[in-house]
Design a protein around this ligand. Structure first.
Ligand code: ATM
Length: 245
């Protein structure tokens, strides 16, 4: 009887927020880091690698280019003043849209077996908004939201704040509200505080991104390979780096 029931009900194994169906699900890989940490370059190199293996990769970013993302960009640019709680809620709404929208949402691509590489995700909300708004509240509303998919891998590209500031100064004509060195120091510290809190639940890996892009990319690709070959339980890279920091 039990056997025949399984034959007619599609098997859907629910872990925390991931839904695993009969098809091979794509991987959600998030890259985080301060501005000027080289996320753009690493995302490009990782997607080139993924495609070279015959898998498909969809590149996306937060804030998104939706109308909600536009409201967020206005606030980040300092054109509209927003309280940190308001900004947290806008990022949350944008992230839900980013996950569920049926045209180009994260969930759609993962269900189709496509890997999604996302430039920033909820860890940025924890570090940036969690610096001024209540961190527990920001974390809870993101982590408890069923519509927001938990990443399979989060790679934090770590560069010291002076180096980031130098890269921003070289590449920008104006700065967003968070782009000053004192704020960047606080945000980097927040990232590490959040990663320590989530160390038993979230697949976070820290990569030393102060090196040449090719050397950083080797580590990023290795972490991806570990993930897809399911040998990714080894924390050595993160631990080695932390011990030497
Ligand atoms: P980039 O597109 O340069 O990554 O900038 C996005 C900005 O959005 C970045 N600001 N700075 N400096 C970080 C910020 N951000 C948040 O504050 N919270 C979030 O949840 C996300 C996804 C981004």
């Amino acid at each position: 009887m039990l056997k025949s029931l399984f034959a007619i009900i599609p098997i859907e194994l629910k872990t925390k927020k991931k839904v695993v169906t009969g098809n091979v699900r794509g991987k959600l890989i998030v890259l985080e880091g301060l501005d000027g940490s080289g996320k753009g370059t690493q995302i490009r190199l990782l997607s080139d690698y993924i495609r070279s293996t015959g898998r498909q990769a969809y590149l996306t970013a937060e804030p998104t280019s939706s109308s909600l993302g536009g409201m967020i960009r206005d606030a980040l640019g300092g054109f509209v003043g927003r309280d940190a709680y308001e900004l947290s809620a806008l990022f949350l709404a944008d992230r839900i849209f980013h996950n569920v929208n049926p045209r180009n949402g994260i969930r759609k691509f993962l269900d189709e077996g496509i890997d999604v590489i996302c430039d920033r995700y909820y860890y940025s909300s924890f570090a940036y908004q969690g610096t001024d708004a209540d961190l527990d509240w920001v974390m809870r509303m993101n982590l408890d939201c069923r519509e927001i998919t938990a990443p399979d891998l989060c790679i934090f590209l770590d560069v010291d704040t002076e180096q980031c500031d130098k890269r921003i100064a070289e590449n920008r004509f104006d700065r967003e509200i968070y782009e000053n060195i004192e704020m960047q120091r606080r945000i980097r510290a927040r990232f590490f505080e959040v990663f320590a809190r989530l160390k038993d639940s979230d697949p976070i890996r820290i990569v030393d991104a102060s090196r040449q892009p090719e050397a950083v990319s080797e580590d990023v690709i290795r972490l991806y390979q570990e993930l897809v070959t399911k040998e990714g339980n080894d924390q050595s890279l993160t631990d080695d780096y932390k011990n030497n920091r």
